[in-house]
Design a binder for this molecule. Structure first.
Ligand code: FO1
Length: 327
């Protein structure tokens, strides 16, 4: 067995990544772990700057996430949201003021109020993210992939007329439409101009190992790789990159990854994931349920490691984290 990596940089989306990070926080020595997180899901509502993937990672690793939803806080109350209902009757058409389709809990609001207040004072997202992570006792560096504007948009066939594609921002599709409709294209607005946030390139270039967490390859990992300098480091360091497949036995454990991959013409299997990641990852970790596809994954040019990748509990998370650090 090779010695476990002592410095790891993890590329993360939301729920799947957060669970592995809980394990990596245990498996990697203090000061050795950096998480670079997607901001393509970020949204501006109620005049607030909301970063769902950064918050899901923060809440999950600090043990406060609502385990059933995978986002937001356990034991949450929704009084502020309920109070907004009063304005629905008077809100002009086209206005998003007081909208309640995106559920913000009372305690979750504290995070958005703090982040928005600091951003209004001119603090970059990466600076505020460090403060929010410290306030939640995270024991590793949490970085947004960029401090610039980077937003995921999807072209979706409209429910009214399938011949017409609508352009939806991520949350309007994921939450507003419950990720229904056929996705015909995904784009990352701002990707050309977006620069890596301070510390991101150093963390990617300097870590012994880079881990691609089991997040949605298209809308969670995609935005990270859309930042040109991030992608270039991944291409250069492909042999030190270990990816964990978010697809197990032809399905995603949570969220729309399977239908999204299918809509965009990718094979919904660990082989499809291997093809997507072949240029940026030298190793793909797949679940035991897909063991018979290991040879097909290796035929795509990646080393394949079979392991238990479905993280039911903390012990399973830590075990998978230890494996990705030493495999
Ligand atoms: N997901 C939902 O399905 N419905 C919601 O109302 C919702 C609200 C929400 C508020 C804050 C937050 O940080 C996340 C929230 N999410 C909600 C989840 C979010 O859409 C996803 O976590 C990511 O953007 C995809 O990983």
């Amino acid at each position: 067995v090779t010695t476990a990596a002592t410095t790891v940089t993890a590329l993360c989306g939301g729920v799947g990544a957060a669970r592995l990070l809980r394990g990596l926080q245990e498996a990697v020595a203090p000061g050795g772990l950096v998480a670079v997180v997607n901001v393509g899901d970020d949204c501006d509502l109620h005049g607030l700057a909301i970063s769902p993937d950064l918050d899901t990672v923060t809440y999950t690793v600090s043990g406060q996430v609502d385990g059933e939803r995978g986002w937001g806080l356990v034991g949450e109350t929704w009084a502020a949201l309920a109070a907004l209902e009063r304005f629905a009757a008077v809100r002009p058409g086209g206005s998003q003021a007081g909208a309640t389709w995106f559920a913000l809990g009372d305690r979750d609001l504290a995070t958005h109020l703090y982040r928005s207040g600091r951003r209004a004072e001119g603090a970059p997202l990466s600076t505020v993210t460090g403060e929010v992570a410290a306030a939640h006792g995270l024991r590793f560096r949490l970085l947004p992939v960029t401090d610039d504007r980077l937003r995921t948009h999807l072209s979706v066939t409209s429910e009214a007329d399938p011949a017409v594609a609508e352009d939806l921002d991520f949350q309007s599709w994921f939450v507003g439409r419950r990720h229904r409709g056929r996705v015909t294209a995904v784009r990352f607005e701002g990707a050309e101009e977006a620069r890596p946030a301070p510390g991101v390139l150093e963390a990617l270039a300097g870590a012994e190992r880079i881990v691609l967490c089991p997040s949605n390859p298209v809308v969670s990992i995609g935005p990270l790789l859309a930042v040109a300098e991030v992608r270039q480091v991944m291409l250069d360091r492909r042999d030190d990159v270990v990816a964990v497949s978010p697809i197990v036995a032809g399905a995603a454990l949570k969220g729309p990854a399977a239908s999204l991959l299918a809509d965009l013409g990718h094979e919904v299997s660990v082989v499809g994931v291997a093809r997507l990641y072949a240029s940026v990852a030298g190793t793909l970790v797949i679940d035991e349920a897909d063991a018979e596809l290991a040879a097909a994954v290796e035929a795509e040019g990646l080393r394949c490691v079979v392991a238990a990748t479905v993280m039911h509990d903390q012990q399973a998370m830590t075990a998978l984290a230890e494996l990705v650090c030493r495999c």
